[in-house]
Write a protein that binds this ligand. Sequence first.
Ligand code: SF4
Ligand code: SF4
Ligand code: SF4
Length: 259
Amino acid sequence: MSDKVKIAYFDFASCEGCQIEMTNFGDAAFLELLNHVEVVEFREAMSEKTTQRINISFIEGSFTRESDRKRLEDIRNRSDIVIAYGACAATGGINALKNHQSDYKQDVYGKDADMPHLESTFALPVSAAIKVDYSLNGCPMDRNEFIRVVSHLVHGKQPVIPNYPVCVECKMNETVCRYELGDHCLGMVARAGCGAPCPADGIPCEACRGFVDNPNEESLITTLMEKGGLSRERAEARSRMFAANCRADAPHKIETPNK
Ligand code: SF4
Ligand code: SF4
Ligand code: SF4
């Protein structure tokens, strides 16, 4: 029997982009990691499934229907470590936009809105249903962070997920601030760990990794309006796009694992 660390991937309400991101992964550091782990379930890439004990389970997607709770609990019970994988699982991600709207089902599906297969309520992080040990944030999750976190776990070390803003990494890159260029940006409240690639590529940070703990939302909105030139409505909308559940007015505030 292999003594490698057994890992498995599971998906819930998501676009499955985080899993696809894994299948595109040919970096040398990732291939080296495969010498230490054994993938025992990964629907995007293999047909085998497991009912056995799993060392690390990666869960992609939001918890958005009560009928998923039992499957999530089963994964939790069979896993030593559970990692919420990508924004949908970590914070509710872009799915959580609907949490701020009342008639989204009728708007999208019209008269079919009540059909059983469309069962869905609030889009919540996986941590709303089961205990989550760590979150890999981002839409999609960040490959380098994946390698770092899994490498730490394989070697018995405690991974640390940053709780400082993207601006820190942006400054370390010596990128010119978007505000200096007449643009807007959410980097001052976005959780770092991605290396600030978006401002470096000339586009604003959209906080796809969610917010740092205790973000100053009032200052964020004021800055987006006064320095970024956005209307209040647009500033509110931009700040919710990937971080709807991180906002203070979210119907279900999230709890951040990694502590
Ligand atoms: S976090 Fe983004 S890429 Fe990953 S599953 Fe959700 S929507 Fe798709
Ligand atoms: S561009 Fe964005 S992330 Fe970079 S320093 Fe400015 S506000 Fe911060
Ligand atoms: S810079 Fe912002 S939007 Fe871009 S990957 Fe990082 S957190 Fe996400």
